[in-house]
Ligand binder design. Structure first.
Ligand code: CMP
Length: 143
């Protein structure tokens, strides 16, 4: 079964939309297999965003993601990586369609509420960065 890493960013936590976001993925039929509210260290942020190291906004990215608690999650389900990204909407919330998470809650590209892995490789890498194996559960869904 496919897994992805999703993270409510500090703006989403501040805005009080963790519950709303979790509810959307639950209603869709995905399964939460790991979650924690945590403070991201600069070291972890720099590893997580390593692919953006050369971008002019890299410093801003690290400052922002370390500015307050985030809600890190691992979700499981059929094609969850691509479907979750559809549910999140475009990176720039001004271009994200209404009905998507960023379309409904966000307004600026830096503070865009949620992060989601963009491929199997990044999902695996990001899950390993944020979670220990024993923090993830596995259980069969009855419905
Ligand atoms: P995320 O999916 O977390 O991965 C990289 C992040 O870079 C992206 O979401 C945006 O929040 C952020 N980002 C992309 N473009 C810009 C930009 N021009 N200025 C600031 N942040 C950006």
């Amino acid at each position: 079964m496919e897994r992805t890493f999703l993270m409510v960013k500090p703006d989403g936590v501040q805005r009080g939309v963790i519950g709303e976001i979790v509810a959307r993925f639950e209603r869709k039929g995905f399964q939460l297999v790991g979650a924690k509210l945590m403070q991201v260290s600069r070291e972890l942020a720099e590893k997580h965003y390593a692919e953006h190291k050369e971008r002019p906004f890299f410093g801003e990215l690290v400052d922002f993601i370390t500015s307050g608690p985030v809600f890190a999650m691992v979700w499981e389900g059929d094609n969850v990586i691509a479907v979750a990204r559809q549910m999140m909407g475009k990176t720039n919330p001004q271009e994200a369609l209404p009905g998507t998470i960023r379309g409904d809650f966000g307004l600026t590209v830096g503070k865009n509420i949620i992060h989601g892995s963009d491929s199997k490789e990044s999902a695996e890498r990001e899950i390993q960065l944020f979670f220990k194996e024993e923090e993830l559960v596995s259980y069969s869904k009855l419905m």
